[in-house]
Design a binder for this molecule. Sequence first.
Ligand code: FES
Ligand SMILES: [Fe+2]
Length: 349
Amino acid sequence: MEGFLRNAWYVAGWSHEVGHALKAVRILGDEIVLYRTEDGRPVALEDACPHRKLPLSAGRLIGDTVECGYHGLTFDCSGACVRAPTQEAMIPPRALVHSYPVADRWDLLWIWMGDPALADENEIYEIENFDNPAWGKTDGGAMDIACNYLYIVDNLLDPSHVAWVHMTSFAGAGTEGTPLQIDAFDDGVLVWRWIEDRPVPPYYADLTKFEGNCDRKQHYECRFPAIAINRSIFAPAGTGGPDRPLHEKTFVNISYNFMTPIDAENTRYYWFQHRNSDPDDKAISAYMLAGAEMAFKEDRDVLEKVQRGMANPRTPAINLGLDAGAMRFRRMLDRRIEAEQQKTETAAE
Ligand code: FES
Ligand SMILES: [Fe+2]
């Protein structure tokens, strides 16, 4: 679990959380200050004045520039020093802070942590049906989890844990033993299974619009570096299964999860849910948000203990068959991180 993929878009926050004010965040171990210009454009700068490294977030915004709170060096949105009040005639040529590419998309603020020249907003993860009026969304949530982001990825590529961790909500017959399928892509992994002809689990009973048993698909997908798409599909029994079109009464809920490493041992986790029904029903949205929050707290409780347990080197940890998807994801991501680090080293030589 060495290093992070830097040439990638990460979620820096919900767009509404960042306004015309300085906001300090920590992402991949970097201290960053976020703000919006007077006309609403997002800005992300290294949060350290190059003079004595006071965080710029401890200074103040003047128009679209940030003034350091110690001796007044002032930086524009590109990170260039535009004013040195203690020596007006001579702005130090090396007074420069890193400026990170940022973009608003899907109500989230995205940040590019690598080489700014490689940032391409078209590579931000595409959320289908985002503006489809037939689909309903929950409000977005956010939560800090004191664990490495890859333990959350493991969890979100692991449909098996539902039977134990979410016993009273999402669990249902078949979630403990039905075999898992794994598909690998260039940039991620999908673990899935259809569980046929079982009762609808209690949490979903009020959301499905058909009587009787269901065919249930658990679709657990993760894309680099740390985006998880979890589709819960409930079709009337007898109509589900691989490669079949979904029955019109099928209920689909997609949980989008964005894990942003704060550092190697802490993660800020953002999510929202998107369903193919009842777009304007605020009560359903509130019910689903509360359900997700409850489940994520159950996950958080386990994952923070996993972080501490796995940090104990005295006894080795083993993998089970259920880990195959997550291990594949880690291996592929490791290779990508290694290639990126080699490229950076070669460029630096
Ligand atoms: S520490 Fe920022 S100007 Fe001195
Ligand atoms: Fe979970």
